[in-house]
Write a protein that binds this ligand. Structure first.
Ligand SMILES: *[C@@H]1O[C@H](CO)[C@@H](O)[C@H](O)[C@H]1NC(C)=O
Length: 461
C-alpha cells in the first residue's frame, strides 16, 4: 500500500508541473459592463472635466487641531518595546505634536496644489486626478501613462517622482504625460454607492477615465492595489494598454502556489540563488503574514467598524497608517523606537498623505476595497490566471512583501521583458526612492517601445 502511495506521489510530482505549465486551460475573460452605474441616484453622467484644487478649510483645520489637542494620554509602550506591539505611543505623541504645532497647513496646501488637478464624472463617481503634460521638445513623442496608488497611500506618493518622470532626456525619443487619479473611495474621488467596487470595477473606471481624456492607447503603472488594478486593465483591455510597469507583483494562483511550495524543498528549482532569501524559508513568509496582515483580514471583513474609530481620531488614523509605512519600508524597523519612519521620509510627506484621508473622511470607503476584492465572486474570476500579451517590466524591491521570479511572472505575462530585483527599497517605492522608481519606469517604456520596433509592430506609442 505504502509503495503504491509513494509511486503515485512520484508520478504526481513529475506530471503536475507539466500539466500546470502546458495543459491547464486559462479561465475565460470576465464579461464586464463598461457603463455600470456606481453613483447615488439616477444614471446621469456629466462628461465635463473640471479643474480642481485641494482646500484645507478653516473649520476642518480647527476641528482637526481640537481633536489632536485633546488626544490621549496614550497607553505607554512596554519596557524595551519599539514597534513590535504596533505603533510606539511615545513616538506617536511626538508625531501628533508635530501635526498640531509644526505642520504648516497653508504651505502644504500650496505644495499639494503645485500640479494641475481635475475631476470628471465616470459611471456616476467624480474621479479626482492629477494631469501633468510636459513641454515636448522637437523630435520627441508625448506618451501618456496612468499611475495608480494603493492603500494606505494616495496620489501624494508620486509628487517627488513627477519631475523625474516628465523630464526630457537625450537618451529617450519620448516624454511621459502623467495621469494620476485617486482610486474611487480614496481621497478626493467619490466612493461607490453600492457593493461591488473591486479591483476589476476600478480597472473599468480608469479605462473609461483614459477614454474620457482622449487616450485610446496608453501605458500603465501601479504599486500595491494599483498594481492589481493595472494588471486587470492589461487583462481586460490589451488593445488599449500598450505597456505595463509594476513595482509589486501580486499574482496568486494554484500553479504559482504549487511552484512556491515545490521550491521550498529545493529553492534553485524555482528561484535564482541571489533572490532565494526573498522567497524562502516559507516558514518566515507565513509568520510574516500572520504577524503583519491582521489589518487585511479586518478590512476584508469589517471595514466599517474599524472605520468609525479612524474617522473619529486623527492620532488613531496616524498610528494605523504610519505603522504600514514603517513596516512596509523595512520589516526590521519594528525594532526601532522611531519606527524608522524618517529614514527615507519626512514628517511633512507622511502627514500630507494622512491629510488626503482625514480631510476627505475617506478611510472607511478606502478600506472597503479589501472587502470588495475578497469576495467569492471576485476570486472566482481568477484574474491572475488569465494570460495577457501586453508587454511588461517589473521592479521588485528588497523589502517588498512578496517576490516572484520572472519565469513565474511569465505564466501571466508571456511578454514580461525584464525584472529589476532592486537591492534596496520597500513597499512605498515612489515616495521612498523617487529617482530609482522613475528611472526604472522610463527604462521600461524604452524597452517596450524597442520590443515593438523589433517585432515590426506599429502602436503609435
Ligand atoms: C506657513 O506657510 C505660509 C505659506 O508658505 C507662510 O506664509 C507662513 O509664514 C508659514 N507659517 C509659519 C508659522 O511658518
Amino acid at each position: 500500500m505504502l509503495k503504491e502511495l509513494v509511486l503515485l506521489m512520484l508520478v504526481a510530482i513529475t506530471f503536475l508541473p507539466v500539466y500546470l505549465l502546458y495543459f491547464k486551460s486559462p479561465p475565460p475573460l470576465p464579461e464586464v459592463d463598461l457603463n455600470e452605474w456606481w453613483g447615488p441616484g439616477e444614471r446621469k453622467e456629466d462628461t465635463a472635466i473640471k479643474p480642481f484644487k485641494i482646500k484645507f478649510t478653516e473649520p476642518v483645520i480647527k476641528d482637526l487641531k481640537h481633536r489632536l489637542k485633546s488626544r490621549g494620554p496614550f497607553h505607554p509602550p512596554l519596557e524595551g518595546i519599539a514597534f513590535e506591539y504596533g505603533f510606539n505611543t511615545d513616538t506617536l505623541d511626538s508625531w501628533a505634536t508635530y501635526w498640531l504645532e509644526k505642520y504648516n497647513f497653508t504651505e502644504r496646501e500650496n505644495f499639494l496644489n503645485q500640479y494641475p488637478q481635475y475631476k470628471t464624472n465616470i459611471q456616476g463617481l467624480n474621479i479626482h486626478f492629477i494631469r501633468v503634460t510636459p513641454k515636448v521638445p522637437a523630435g520627441k513623442q508625448l506618451v501618456p501613462m496612468l499611475l495608480l496608488h494603493g492603500w494606505p497611500g494616495s496620489v501624494r506618493e508620486f509628487y517627488e517622482a513627477i519631475p523625474y518622470l516628465t523630464a526630457a532626456s537625450e537618451d529617450r525619443d519620448f516624454v511621459l504625460e502623467l495621469i494620476i487619479p485617486s482610486l474611487p473611495g480614496y481621497g478626493f474621488s467619490d466612493p461607490a454607492a453600492r457593493p461591488g467596487m473591486d479591483t476589476l470595477a476600478m480597472a473599468v473606471i480608469f479605462r473609461n477615465l483614459m477614454q474620457r481624456l482622449g487616450f485610446q492607447k496608453y501605458y500603465i503603472q501601479g504599486g500595491d492595489w494599483g498594481s492589481v488594478i493595472t494588471s486587470n486593465m492589461a487583462t481586460l483591455f490589451p488593445k488599449e494598454v500598450i505597456g505595463y510597469h509594476a513595482n509589486l507583483v501580486l499574482l496568486v494562483s494554484p500553479t504559482i502556489t504549487f511552484f512556491e511550495l515545490l521550491g521550498s524543498i529545493y529553492p534553485p528549482l524555482v528561484v535564482d540563488s541571489k533572490q532565494a532569501n526573498r522567497m524562502y524559508p516559507l516558514s518566515e513568509k507565513f509568520s510574516f503574514i500572520l504577524e503583519e496582515m491582521g489589518y487585511f483580514h479586518i478590512q476584508a471583513t469589517k471595514p466599517d467598524t474599524v472605520g468609525v474609530a479612524l474617522l473619529d481620531s486623527p492620532s488613531g488614523l496616524m498610528a494605523y497608517i504610519l505603522e504600514k509605512f514603517s513596516t512596509g519600508t523595512n520589516r526590521l524597523f519594528r525594532s526601532r523606537l522611531d519606527g524608522g519612519l524618517e529614514y527615507r521620509f519626512t514628517k511633512d510627506q507622511l502627514i500630507d498623505n494622512l491629510m488626503m484621508y482625514w480631510t476627505t473622511r475617506s478611510m472607511t470607503s478606502a478600506m472597503r476595497l479589501y472587502a470588495e476584492s475578497s469576495t467569492k465572486r471576485h476570486y472566482a474570476l481568477k484574474l491572475h490566471e488569465i494570460p495577457t500579451q501586453v508587454p511588461m517590466c517589473t521592479i521588485q524591491t528588497k523589502n517588498e512583501i512578496v517576490y516572484l521570479p520572472p519565469w513565474l511572472i511569465k505564466l501571466k505575462y508571456p511578454n514580461h521583458l525584464r525584472d529589476n530585483p532592486l537591492d534596496e527599497g520597500g513597499h512605498f517605492l515612489a515616495l521612498e526612492l523617487p529617482q530609482v522608481f522613475s528611472e526604472d519606469i522610463l527604462d521600461a517604456v524604452k524597452t517596450i517601445r524597442q520590443w515593438y520596433k523589433n517585432k515590426n509592430v506599429k502602436t503609435d506609442l
